[in-house]
Structures are given as C-alpha cells and as structure tokens.
Design a protein around this ligand. Structure first.
Ligand SMILES: Cc1cc2nc3c(=O)[nH]c(=O)nc-3n(C[C@H](O)[C@H](O)[C@H](O)COP(=O)(O)OP(=O)(O)OC[C@H]3O[C@@H](n4cnc5c(N)ncnc54)[C@H](O)[C@@H]3O)c2cc1C
Length: 387
C-alpha cells in the first residue's frame, strides 16, 4: 500500500493549487454583497483556465477533454473547494456546464446537444426531483406516454439548479410506472421553450442561489430525444450521482475544511484576548486539532474511494460514506472556524460563512445524510460479515 500521490498527480495538484492561490482566491474580493460571482468574473476565470490548459479537465478524451481519472478530478476539486467563489453542486469552472448523463447521447444527439454544450453554446440542466419525489426519485410522478413518434409529458419538477439559464433539461419521466426504478424511468431531453413548458424561479435558498420549478402540460417530446434506452434513465442518473458524491461533496468538502483550518490557525495566533493569543488556550487548540484529525480521515477516505473507482471497483457504498462524512465534517469545521473568528467569522468579509452555508445545503441534495445512512445500513445487513 502506497499513500504517496504519483508524480503526475502531485504535479497536477501543485499546478491547480497555484492557480487557485494566485488567480481564484484574490477574486473573492470582487464578489457582490451576497458573495455572488458575476458573469464577467466567471468568463474571465474560464478564459484563464483555457489559456493555462486547465479547460475541460473533467471531460473524457474522446470529446476533446483531458480524460482524467477520478483521482485527478478529486485532486482538482479539493483545490477548487478552497475558494468561496462557487456553489459546490454546480460550478462549470474548468469546463462547460456538462451533466454527464449527456455522455450517453447517440451520434445524432451528440450533434444537437453534446457538442453545443461542450462548445459553451447551450446549457442543459438535470431535472429529477419533484414535489412528491425528492429523496425517493423512483417514486416520481411525471408521466411520459408514447403517441406516434413523440412522447407526451405531464408533471412538475422542483429544486432544479440552473433551469432558468438552460435551453434544455435532461428530464426523468415514468414511461412504465409499475416498473419504477427497475426499467420504468426514462431520460428525455426536453426543450424548455417548447409549448406547455413553464419554468419559474423558486425562493432563494441558504446559498443565495435560486432553484427552479418546471411545469409540463402535455409537452410533446420526440422519441429521438431519449438518452440511452427507454427505461434506463434512473440507472444513468444514479451513475452520475455516485461520482458527484465523491468529487463534488467529498473532495470539495476537504478543500473547504482545509481553508477553514488554515484560517483558524493563522487567526488564533494573531488574535490576543485577556493578554494572550487565542492559540494558547486549550479550548481553541482542541477545536483546531479535532478539525485537523477529521479532515485527514475524510481526505484518506476520498482518495481511497477514487483509487478503487479508477481500478474498476464498485464504489457505491463507499461514495455514500464519503458524502456523509465529507459534508458533516465540513459543517463542523466551518462552524468552529466561525466561532474562533468571533464577530468577523459571521461577516461576509471572510469566506467562512459561505463555506458554512454551502455545507448546510449539500447535506440535502444528491442524497440526504439520513437517506444514505439508511441505504448503507440496508446494504451492510445484506452482505456477509467481513472484518
Ligand atoms: C442546493 C440544491 C440543489 C439541487 N439541485 C437539483 C437539481 O439540479 N436537480 C434535481 O433534480 N434536484 C435538485 N435538488 C433537489 C434535491 O435532490 C432534493 O432536495 C433531495 O433529493 C431531497 O428531497 P426533498 O427536498 O424532497 O426532501 P424529502 O425527500 O422530503 O426529505 C426530507 C428529509 O427527510 C429525511 N428523510 C427522507 N427519507 C428518509 C429515510 N428513508 N430515512 C430517514 N430520513 C429520511 C431527510 O433528512 C431529508 O432531508 C437540489 C437540492 C438542493 C438543496
């Protein structure tokens, strides 16, 4: 067993770390009052990543990307997680806004959807959640019924990221409700400007972002817009969510927590109360040490999971553990960092409150903590016992 990153991975980490320190962290001062990133700043970041050869790192080689393994992509996400510029669940920083289900397009669909997304001409959101089907998407009610060359879709989606900025949605609908997740759900590309589609902004959430609702009233979608096979949609969605749990939730939580820890150490050594630096107080030292231990444990888990995935192992259960541990760990670490910084900690002058808000939100999407624990328990009890 070797705990060292390979030379290639170390070079990648150092390059992205430098980029984050020199180019991204200074931009935190240019954020708006709600710490939102303006489109101009985002364009500037994307131009810079292209110039430095960091563009499309997350895209497979056959589509013009770098085709990096999951380990490399976790290394990148850990570094990017140290900035407070982006929402954790959706950040097309180093590439176009690609939701990977789209990689299952057939040749004709690639021309219409995948290539335009990769060229940055269009965006396609991912629409699965419904008012009565969030944690339990297998129970979704949106119905698609075949009619000639089309399907007619009726239903409602909610909490959809970036639907308002997207031209299309990768939308999950039941084609055979009896079968549910076992062959009854299909992924359609739905034109959000089509007759019968209404996209409305819902309430802003804790991250400062607004999610979207999509209502579908007798919307005709050509059968040629089905991604993958009829009935295969649920499986395609789950595959993409497994990777998202490791990268977006695990690695990014580690990066954010590391930044919080670095800030805690620095500030506690500078800030003097009652004649002594905070760092001399055991209460403060324990917060710092607990954070360092917890970060190390989750970092090891993230990289073990990425390593196993790159070897072709089934990592679904491990990905649940990563997501639970990562998002709970960063919530605790950000909370301690805020506490040590006192009044400054809760101010928008520092990135800590951003980390805290993002951490709170990501304990819900892409598998709420309790749901993942429940699934893990179910799987553990099914499997033969091993030490
Ligand atoms: C920031 C953000 C971005 C999102 N983006 C998207 C997107 O782009 N596309 C999309 O389709 N969806 C998106 N969602 C929706 C997200 O996937 C759902 O919010 C999530 O699946 C939970 O569903 P729900 O909100 O209906 O909660 P519910 O399913 O009603 O669950 C509420 C709570 O009940 C508990 N719970 C539920 N089931 C169990 C159980 N079996 N055992 C124990 N406890 C349980 C959990 O604590 C859970 O938090 C996003 C959500 C957020 C917060």
């Amino acid at each position: 067993m070797d705990f060292e990153l390979s030379e290639e991975h170390q070079m990648l980490r150092d390059m992205v770390r430098t980029f984050v320190d020199k180019e991204l962290i200074p931009l935190e001062n240019a954020l708006g009052p709600n710490r939102e990133i303006t489109p101009d700043v985002m364009k500037g970041i994307q131009a810079k990543t292209k110039e430095m050869g960091l563009w499309m790192l997350d895209v497979p080689e056959e589509y013009g990307g770098a085709g990096l393994d999951l380990m490399s992509r976790c290394i990148i996400d850990e570094q990017v997680g140290r900035t407070s510029l982006f929402h954790w669940h959706w950040y097309p920083t180093f590439g176009p806004a690609l939701r990977p289900v789209l990689l299952h397009c057939n040749e004709e669909q690639k021309q219409r959807f995948l290539w335009p997304v990769l060229r940055g001409e269009i965006r396609i959101c991912f629409a699965q959640t419904e008012p009565d089907a969030g944690s339990d998407p297998a129970n979704l009610r949106t119905r698609a019924v075949r009619d000639g060359d089309d399907y007619v879709i009726n239903g409602n989606k909610r909490f959809i990221t970036a639907a308002g900025e997207s031209q299309y949605a990768q939308l999950m609908a039941a084609t055979d409700p009896e079968k549910g997740s076992k062959g009854g759900i299909t992924c359609f590309i739905v034109d959000l400007k089509a007759k019968g589609v209404t996209v409305t902004e819902s309430w802003p959430n804790i991250t400062g972002e607004c999610l979207w609702e999509i209502a579908l009233d007798n919307v005709r979608v050509p059968a040629a817009n089905i991604i993958g096979e009829v009935g295969q949609g649920f499986e395609l969605g789950q595959k993409f969510l497994t990777e998202a749990r490791i990268k977006a939730h695990g690695a990014r939580s580690v990066g954010a927590a590391q930044r919080c820890l670095d800030m805690m150490i620095e500030y506690s050594q500078q800030r003097v109360t009652f004649g002594q630096p905070l760092s001399d107080r055991q209460a403060i030292q324990f917060m710092i040490v607990d954070s360092a231990m917890e970060i190390r444990m989750v970092r090891n888990l993230v990289y073990e999971c990425a390593w196993r995935s790159d070897r072709g192992e089934d990592i679904r259960d491990l990905s649940y553990m990563v997501k639970i541990q990562g998002t709970e760990m960063v919530t605790r670490v950000a909370d301690r960092a805020i506490q040590i910084h006192g009044g400054m900690g809760v101010s928008r002058e520092l990135p800590l409150e951003h980390f805290y808000r993002e951490a709170r939100a990501v304990r819900i999407n892409e598998g709420a903590t309790e749901v993942l624990r429940w699934r893990l328990a179910r799987n553990l009890m099914r499997k033969p016992k091993r030490s």
